[in-house]
Design a binder for this molecule. Structure first.
Ligand code: FES
Length: 58
């Protein structure tokens, strides 16, 4: 059973879904991915800028 889940809005990048400290998936938040809802790295090419934040679910 998972001990902790973190949804991290990474700086200038995707939402990272972490379970027990391990990144399980990365979801696009720049709107540019050609493989939504997943991040495909496009955020770096288009110069996406956004701050970092996280939500913990314990
Ligand atoms: S956040 Fe990575 S492609 Fe959108």
């Amino acid at each position: 059973m998972a001990k902790s889940i973190i949804i991290e809005a990474s700086e200038n990048g995707p939402y990272l879904i972490k379970v027990d400290g391990k990144v399980m998936t990365a979801l696009c938040r720049c709107g540019g991915s050609k493989n939504k809802p997943y991040c495909d790295g496009t955020h770096a090419k288009i110069g996406f800028k956004a701050g970092r934040a996280e939500v913990r679910i314990d």
